[in-house]
Design a protein around this ligand. Structure first.
Ligand SMILES: [Zn+2]
Ligand SMILES: [Zn+2]
Ligand SMILES: [Zn+2]
Length: 170
């Protein structure tokens, strides 16, 4: 098993093939453990999502997917996305209605997603302490929390360094 790839490294230039390999390897392992099949469709949807660190929408995915299956329908993509999200391999970014691949799906984590509004890359960081404190604050007022979405919009390390001319995707 490859190591978790941390979000600090990812924000700079890195060997992105490692990210893809890690995601695919983890997907195989999770499916094996759950006794489900990583079908060709599920696998290629995951690969398309993991092609870079940008959040990608379902219809954009459909367009790309049609390169290999011109007859693919939205439901094909939605079913694959549901499966991948359920397995923790893909996260939905609510504020963009788009998806990113998870690079730590093999471990339990409570993440916040950092979204760069310039290059559109999105990264996960572990935000467990934030979840804990918000959950306990809500319990203080007898509210039973069930889910929490943490998405931060801003500028990534790479865009902050290189300024406006940067428009690369890693
Ligand atoms: Zn990468
Ligand atoms: Zn994740
Ligand atoms: Zn950026």
């Amino acid at each position: 098993m490859t190591q978790n790839i941390d979000s600090k490294t990812l924000q700079g230039q890195h060997h992105h093939r490692d990210c893809i390999d890690h995601a695919l390897q983890t997907a195989e392992q999770i499916c094996l453990k759950k006794g489900v099949r990583l079908t060709a469709i599920r696998k290629s949807v995951l690969e398309l999502i993991c092609a870079n660190h940008k959040a990608i929408g379902a219809y954009e995915l459909l367009d790309l997917f049609r390169a290999q299956d011109p007859k693919a329908k939205p439901v094909t993509i939605y079913r694959a996305l549901d499966f991948l999200m359920e397995a923790g391999l893909v996260h939905k970014i609510e504020s963009l209605n788009a998806f990113i691949g998870c690079l730590q799906a093999e471990t339990q984590h409570k993440s916040a997603i950092l979204i760069c509004d310039q290059c559109k890359n999105a990264y996960e960081i572990d935000a467990s302490p934030v979840y804990e404190s918000l959950f306990s604050l809500s319990e203080e007022v007898q509210f039973k929390p069930q889910c929490l979405t943490l998405e931060l919009h801003g500028l990534c390390a790479n865009c902050r360094k290189t300024g406006v001319q940067n428009n690369q995707s890693f």
